[in-house]
Design a protein around this ligand. Structure first.
Ligand SMILES: [Zn+2]
Length: 343
């Protein structure tokens, strides 16, 4: 069967690999439908030094699939079901997993598509507990965007930053995959949304998704614009994933008692933090990675009710990954790049 594998840094190839055996105890066999690209794929492709992995490695961290076969002992799933696949093989037994906080699993083995073989392959066997059935009314593209794009954003905004109706949130890079998800999720709970973009052609698209104010950070200092828009008060919540380039401005954009939640650092992993500002203004800095299994359920429910929708930039052919990753690296996308594996 076909798989898309990273063979060395910045080199991805379509390869022929052995199909998986029938699913074992507690496993399901998945016919992968759609893979969605994320910044973690860009990091993997670049060869982040700290990632322990063995090459060649199948790429793809976020996907939907159809259940092709059921292993012994699996209940509640049947062949033909459309599912979203959780991004990491958590243990299911530790305290964090039992409490439903799977992304804090005490026995992490890595992230699929980054440390471990990912989903850009025709078939894969996975533990049944790591797949969540899609509700009626959503397709394989929407289900593919649940585990990382919508799940991460939902977990950041609501579990971690505890965003409330009536509050104001600053969402960085509104045209990115998680930006397009976060704008919609925040707006739909009744928050005021300020977002940043790097080119004017993304402004109207962010407004269409529900953004109240859009700042082009290349022509305007975003922290100054936020100060004006909030009448010198600042925002309640900052949704960070840019890192080095925006960190100082994000700190300045918060009102006293504000919360900054971050899940990424696309512009660089080190930034200075003014500690006096942190304690005097009683700011809260919250790290967030991945999501809980329950976030997949809630975001797919929201998609099935039309509360939020997937924003697709382009669909690429299986194997055309490198130009797509380069476009993401250069911020030339609005929403998600997706790749169909099986029809
Ligand atoms: Zn665990």
């Amino acid at each position: 069967m076909r798989a898309l594998q990273l063979v060395s840094d910045r080199e991805v190839k379509v390869t022929d690999v052995e199909a998986p055996p029938p699913p074992g105890q507690g496993e399901v066999q998945l016919k992968i439908k759609v893979v969605a690209l994320n910044h973690i794929d860009v990091w993997g492709w670049r060869g982040m030094a700290f990632a322990k992995r063995k090459l060649p490695m199948t790429v793809g961290a976020e996907a939907s699939a159809e259940i092709a076969a059921i292993g012994p002992g699996v209940t509640g799933l049947k062949t033909g079901d459309l599912v979203a696949i959780y991004g990491a093989p958590t243990c299911g037994r530790c305290r964090a997993c039992r409490d439903g906080r799977d992304n804090l699993c005490e026995h992490p083995r890595g992230v699929h598509g980054f440390h471990l073989d990912g989903y850009a392959r025709e078939y894969a066997n996975m533990p049944a507990r790591n797949v969540i059935p899609a509700p009626e009314g959503i397709d394989d593209v929407a289900a593919a965007l649940a585990p990382v794009t919508f799940g991460t954003s939902e977990h950041m905004l609501f579990d971690n930053a505890q965003l409330l109706p009536g509050e104001t949130v600053l969402i960085h890079a509104g045209g990115s995959g998680i930006g397009t998800a976060a704008i919609q999720l925040a707006k739909k709970v009744g928050a005021t949304v300020i977002t940043t973009v790097g080119s004017d052609d993304k402004i109207d698209k962010c407004v269409e998704l529900g953004a109240d104010h859009v700042i082009n950070y290349r022509s305007d200092r975003f922290e100054g614009a936020v100060r004006k828009l909030t009448k010198k008060v600042g925002v309640d919540v900052v949704f960070e994933h840019v890192g080095k380039d925006t960190w100082a401005g994000s700190m300045l954009s918060m009102r006293p008692g504000g919360r900054l939640v971050t899940c990424g650092s696309t512009s660089g992993i080190s930034a200075d933090t003014n500690l006096m500002m942190l304690f005097q203004r009683q700011l809260r800095l919250i790290g967030s990675f991945g999501c809980r299994m329950s976030n997949l359920v809630t975001v797919m429910e929201k998609m099935s009710k039309g509360v939020v929708r997937p924003v697709v930039d382009t669909e690429i052919e299986f194997g055309d990954l490198e130009p797509a990753l380069a476009r993401m690296e250069n911020r030339k996308v609005f929403g998600k790049i997706i790749m169909r594996v099986n029809t």
